[in-house]
Design a protein around this ligand. Structure first.
Ligand code: 8YV
Length: 317
């Protein structure tokens, strides 16, 4: 058909999503297609919009295969899985879903910090394994309140984490590429200095090439044998091999992790460490937040259809 079309790479789990997408477009549900490549080739001259997610690769070769593409609307705040530079170079709009997930991602960051410091995963296993009341006393954890928290990446989510930390009477400092004006938290230009100062380090920065391997062996060593690292951003920000080695040797105290270098692969070594809490990329995974994210994707698609603009464009790279 000659109608305008959306290439939808993944399902949006809301009962009204397909109806809303179909309002202005033919919707190609690519995940249902046995031969996606030939569907794209057949429909390429109609496809104006790609609907994707933070976890769904949207590479340059897909963008180049769609000569009429005008907008990429993604579910998720992170856009490292999309070749944004390439899209923007071709004047294609890219939208993400900022703000609506700040609370839930910050809540999970704090959950991971508490779970790791207070050994909640280990404690749960101890009770479930009928060890309570046996000779082996459960080991002591680390106090969280009144401790020093370093935040790497004080953006929207980092600020929501800092708010929660204030409720725990924590001393807060942060590292960004540059100091933020009008922010009362102390700035550390050096990540190693921030890590040596901090008891706990929470990673809330963007993913992608600009932060790849930012948390290296030196930073982890500076955080130290009693230090805990929490990552709710992207696995690529931490040198995972260096982290596993630091945890195994005792140079690093513990880790609370939502994200990994090669999801859904989690290094096996982590699974046998009791000082590590590992969860499967669930930062935004609540009914309320996922609905808000889907609604924002649908609003961006509507806005593109009716005004030629998107509501929440990603920054120009
Ligand atoms: C994913 C995320 O979007 O927002 C992000 O950047 O990583 C997550 O919230 C989520 O897995 C849904 O795609």
């Amino acid at each position: 058909s000659a109608a305008r079309a959306i290439l939808q790479l993944l399902p949006l789990n809301a009962p009204y999503a397909q109806e809303r997408l179909s309002k202005h477009f033919d919707v190609i549900e690519l995940w249902k297609e046995a031969d996606p490549k030939s569907v794209i080739a057949e429909r390429k001259d109609n496809i104006e919009v790609v609907v994707t997610s933070a976890m769904t690769p949207t590479p340059a070769d897909l963008i180049d295969a769609l000569p009429q593409l005008k907008a990429i609307c993604s579910q998720g705040v992170g856009y490292d899985a999309i070749d944004v530079k390439h899209a923007q170079g071709k004047k294609i709009l890219v939208s993400n879903t900022p703000e609506v997930l700040n609370d839930c991602v910050a809540d999970l960051a704090f959950g991971l910090l508490l779970a790791t410091a207070r050994k909640l995963g280990h404690a749960e296993r101890y009770v479930r394994d009928h060890q309570w009341g046996t000779d082996a006393a459960f080991p002591l954890g680390a106090k969280v309140s009144h401790k020093r928290l370093g935040i790497v990446g004080l953006g929207r989510i980092g600020m929501a984490i800092a708010q929660r930390a204030a409720g725990f009477d924590m001393d807060i400092r942060y590292h960004n590429r540059s100091e933020r004006i009008g922010i009362s938290y102390g700035y550390e230009a050096s990540l190693v200095d921030l890590a040596s100062w901090a008891d706990f380090l929470i990673i809330a920065t963007v993913g992608g090439d600009s932060t790849r391997g930012l948390i290296n062996a030196e930073v982890l060593k500076a955080l130290g044998p009693n230090g805990i690292i929490v990552n709710i951003s992207r696995g690529s920000v931490i040198d995972e091999t260096a982290m596993v080695n630091a945890l195994a040797s005792g140079e690093l105290g513990g880790a609370g992790l939502d994200v990994y270098e090669a999801e859904p692969k989690v290094p096996d070594a982590l699974k046998s460490m009791d000082n590590v809490v590992i969860v499967p990329h669930i930062g935004s995974a609540t009914n309320e937040t996922r609905k808000a994210m889907i609604d924002l994707v649908l609003d961006n698609v509507d806005a593109y259809a009716t005004t030629g603009k998107v509501i929440t464009p990603v920054p120009a790279l």
